[in-house]
Design a protein around this ligand. Structure first.
Ligand SMILES: [Ca+2]
Length: 186
């Protein structure tokens, strides 16, 4: 392929010559003492470790929609969720809902109650999901619930998970599984 230049600098150059100039410039830059230091093994490795640490140390936080739903939660529940999000990325699917919305959930088979802890204000219940959401990945919901329950214990907030209604830490005895559901036991 040819590149045509016009005027006093008019030259015909092919891509191979362009690449040659490019590689010469890169070679000159690389050969400078500063660049050689920057790209030397130990310095480059330290830089990569630093960047990896920065990426890992960036804590997750709630987005706009989750934050709005968080405000509708009981203060104790807010405290637990704000601590839990630091170590496990998740979203708040729902907190407060009206009695009409609750009845819809009940009729759809998504709730076991016609009126429950979602229907008081501030809400005593919350539905949460690991982020990014995969509704089929119930193991990850279980993982998240265990994490939030542990944070609740540390904060002195008594919580109940929707897959262990009798709170005996057994899940095989559950006849209605609501993996995202966490509620306060007052
Ligand atoms: Ca149980």
């Amino acid at each position: 392929m040819k590149i045509q230049r016009s005027g006093r600098w008019g030259l015909l150059r092919d891509w191979s010559s362009v690449y040659s100039i490019h590689s010469i410039i890169l070679h000159l830059i690389y050969m400078s003492p500063l660049c050689r230091l920057l790209f030397s093994g130990p310095v480059l490795r330290s830089l990569l470790v630093f960047l990896k640490y920065r990426k890992q140390s960036k804590m997750p936080s709630f987005g706009t929609k989750s934050s709005a739903k968080l405000k509708d939660c009981h203060p104790d529940l807010q405290e637990v969720l704000l601590e839990a999000i630091k170590y496990f990325d998740f979203t708040i699917v729902e907190s407060y809902r009206s009695e009409e919305q609750q009845l819809e959930k009940y009729n759809e088979g998504l709730s076991r109650l016609k009126k429950g802890k979602h229907n008081v204000y501030p809400s005593l219940a919350v539905d949460i999901a690991p982020w990014p959401i995969d509704w089929q990945d119930t193991e990850r919901f279980t993982y998240l619930a265990g994490h939030v329950m542990a944070v609740g214990k540390m904060k002195g907030v008594n919580l109940r998970w929707g897959n262990d209604w009798d709170m005996d830490t057994q899940t095989k005895d559950t006849n209605f599984r609501d993996y995202p559901h966490i509620e306060i036991m007052l």
